[in-house]
Structure formats: structure tokens, C-alpha cells
Design a protein around this ligand. Structure first.
Ligand code: FMN
Length: 342
């Protein structure tokens, strides 16, 4: 599939003797492998001399589920993280400014780089960029060891973000109930259901959206038909049942939090999210998202109370060891998300 080509990038193809522009373009190919809400890839990059600017592409907003663009901005933060890790891996020193003052509309961050020596810094996270995929099926019945969780927690630190693992069984069961309530709340809204269906794809050929083969529990025919069947039928009760079961059986559940709930926190959260997911993937652990309780405002408050949080829950994740090979999803071509300033 042409658009899965993005995942065939090889470290050895780095244009060592090329000019700066070709090097930065190469490294941006790692940035765009980041996860994003509905695989909308709501990012645009502008290269200007030694600065790379990251913009939110607001045309890719899922306006009904996420009118403020919170999840899209988190997704952009994840792409920023990949870019920083790739730059460091190839020896560049970076300085990142989040939401620079008096800047252009939708500018989320700018990274200024200087050349340096290639180093082994962040090697494991860098290699995990190609290993990480969302895994929506049930995981193996195998616990995630405490030392793996500790690595994940420390990877997620930065900008006041914190990864909070859920270790109490009754909290896990309570959260499973709230997630299934969230599915029902969101599924009761026709516009939200239409928005979901609009981002589903029959195959990986389109360059964006979630292909049917990446959804949980679909056989190949169901996967191809998903964009159509989800427009016509209401699967809310099935989602609610299956998400409850997946949550109850999850070897590890956790919540990523931020101190406030501003666009800057969302960029920081995206950076922390990707480092968390890469740290997990580097240790053989994959994840999938269960964000319903954050998207529905009333459930978000209940989640805060359930976990005794003063900070803001942003992302809810399920982790474990996959039972088969995780699948890659397509990406837009780099040229479609790249602006080169004169
Ligand atoms: C902020 C954010 C929110 C997401 N929310 C969901 C979600 O609610 N349900 C889901 O199945 N996947 C969710 N995802 C995962 C994306 O669908 C996934 O990253 C995308 O399809 C690309 O696939 P990949 O992660 O395998 O590369 C979310 C991802 C991000 C970054």
C-alpha cells in the first residue's frame, strides 16, 4: 500500500553529506509517524533557516467531538516529540519554544537547532518510533512489570505532565463503567457518529483516517465495509460493551494529566504522550486510547474525583503485550504537510 511507505524509512538513509534542508526534511519523516486523533495528522511544518515551526492545521478539526481542537493539539505535540527525538538522535542540539508570543495564527511551537555530533542519546526512544502502533485488540494476560511502568512514568515527565497508572482493581472496574457510559453519551449524538464514520477508511490507501483493518475485532470484509456500515448502523451498544470488557481486562490502565487545561498544556501533553508511548513500545508494550471519559465534560469531572486528581486528565490509555503483530496506519506525504519559507 503506497501510503504505508512512510514506515519504510531507514536510519541509514540519513543524508549525511546533504544540505541542512535535506537533513531536516528527512527527520520530519519521523515526526509524521506520530499518533493523532482519528489519524487526522493535523500538523503543518514550516522550515526557515535553522528554525522548524509547527502549526495546527485547523482544517482537520473534528469540530463536533473536539470543538476546541484539544485532541488535535495533543496530536501535534506528539509529532513535535518525534521531531525532537530524531534531531537529538542525529546529533542536533535543539531549543523548543511552545506557543511563542505575538506569532502567526495556529503556530504551536518552534524548534531552533544547531548542528552537533551524532550521539546515542535517546536511541531507544528513536528506534521505537517505528515500533509504536495503536493496538485495539485484547492484550495477552501478562502483567506489565513495575520497572517497565517506572520507565514509562519518567519518560512522560515534562511540562508538569504526569502519567498516573491505575493500580487498584475497583478503580479499574469503576473506570470501565464510566468509559462505557462515555461511549453511550457520544454515540447518542448523530453528528458525532457521522464524524467518526467520516474518518474511517476502507484501506490504507487514502493517506489519513483510520483504516478498517486497524479497528478491533473486524474481519477483512467488515474492515473494508466499515466506512459504509458505520454511516448506516449505530454500533454504540457494541462499542460500550467491548470497551468495558477491554478496560476490565487491561493489564495496565493509566491517565496522563496536565497542571492546567490550556493549548500550551495540550502541546506539552502531546510531547509527554509520545515519549510515554515510545518508552512502552521500546519495552514491547503497546497501547490504545480510551478517551471517552475526558471528552464528555461531566465524565471528566467524575474521573478527576475517582482518581483524586487536582490536575487535568487529558488522555486515558490501556497498555499490554500484543497477541499478534501490530499494524501500521497510513500517513500523508511529507510534501503535503510541509511549507518551506523563502
Ligand atoms: C489525542 C489522541 C486521541 C486519540 N483518540 C483515540 C480514540 O478515542 N480511540 C481510538 O481508537 N484511537 C484514538 N487515538 C489513536 C489514533 O486513532 C491513532 O493514533 C491513529 O489512527 C494512527 O494510528 P497509529 O497510532 O497506529 O499510528 C487517538 C490518538 C491521539 C493522539
Amino acid at each position: 500500500m503506497a501510503t504505508l511507505k512512510s514506515w519504510t524509512i531507514k536510519e541509514s538513509d540519513f543524508p549525511q553529506t546533504g544540505d541542512d534542508l535535506s537533513k531536516i526534511k528527512f527527520l520530519l519523516r519521523y515526526a509524521i509517524l506520530a499518533p493523532s486523533s482519528w489519524n487526522a495528522q493535523p500538523w503543518l511544518f514550516k522550515i526557515h533557516q535553522r528554525t522548524i515551526q509547527l502549526f495546527h492545521d485547523t482544517e482537520r478539526l473534528q469540530g463536533h467531538r473536539d470543538p476546541q481542537g484539544r485532541e488535535n493539539i495533543i496530536s501535534c505535540g506528539a509529532a513535535l516529540s518525534n521531531l525532537e527525538i530524531a534531531l537529538h538522535h542525529f546529533g542536533f542540539q535543539t531549543q523548543t519554544e511552545i506557543m511563542p508570543p505575538n506569532s502567526e495564527e495556529n503556530l504551536l511551537a518552534q524548534v531552533t537547532w544547531t548542528a552537533g555530533e551524532a550521539s546515542a542519546k535517546e536511541n531507544k526512544l528513536f528506534r521505537a518510533i517505528l515500533q509504536r502502533h495503536s493496538y485495539r485488540k485484547p492484550f495477552q494476560e501478562q502483567e506489565v512489570p513495575a520497572e517497565v511502568i517506572e520507565h514509562m512514568q519518567s519518560a512522560a515527565q515534562g511540562g508538569g505532565c504526569e502519567f498516573i497508572p491505575i493500580t487498584c482493581n475497583s478503580t479499574q472496574v469503576a473506570l470501565a463503567g464510566m468509559i462505557s457510559e462515555g461511549d453511550k453519551d457520544l454515540g447518542a449524538d448523530v453528528q458525532t457518529r457521522k464524524e467518526y464514520a467520516a474518518w474511517m477508511r476502507s484501506s490504507g490507501l487514502s493517506g489519513d483516517g483510520v483504516p478498517g483493518y486497524a479497528l478491533a475485532d473486524t474481519n477483512p470484509v467488515e474492515g473494508v465495509l466499515a466506512p459504509l456500515t458505520h454511516r448506516v448502523f449505530n454500533y454504540t451498544d457494541e462499542f460500550a460493551r467491548s470497551d468495558r470488557a477491554l478496560t476490565c481486562a487491561a493489564p495496565l490502565l493509566g491517565v496522563l494529566t496536565t497542571p492546567q487545561d490550556t493549548p500550551k498544556d495540550w502541546v506539552d501533553c502531546g510531547r509527554a504522550l509520545e515519549r510515554l508511548l515510545l518508552s512502552a513500545a521500546a519495552q514491547g508494550v503497546q497501547a490504545s486510547f480510551l478517551n471517552q471519559t475526558v471528552v464528555v465534560p461531566e465524565l471528566r469531572q467524575r474521573l478527576q474525583r475517582l482518581l483524586g486528581l487536582t490536575d487535568w486528565p487529558q488522555i486515558v490509555l490501556r497498555f499490554g503485550y500484543p497477541t499478534d503483530e501490530p499494524v501500521a496506519t497510513p500517513r500523508r506525504k511529507l510534501d503535503d504537510v510541509l511549507l518551506i519559507a523563502p
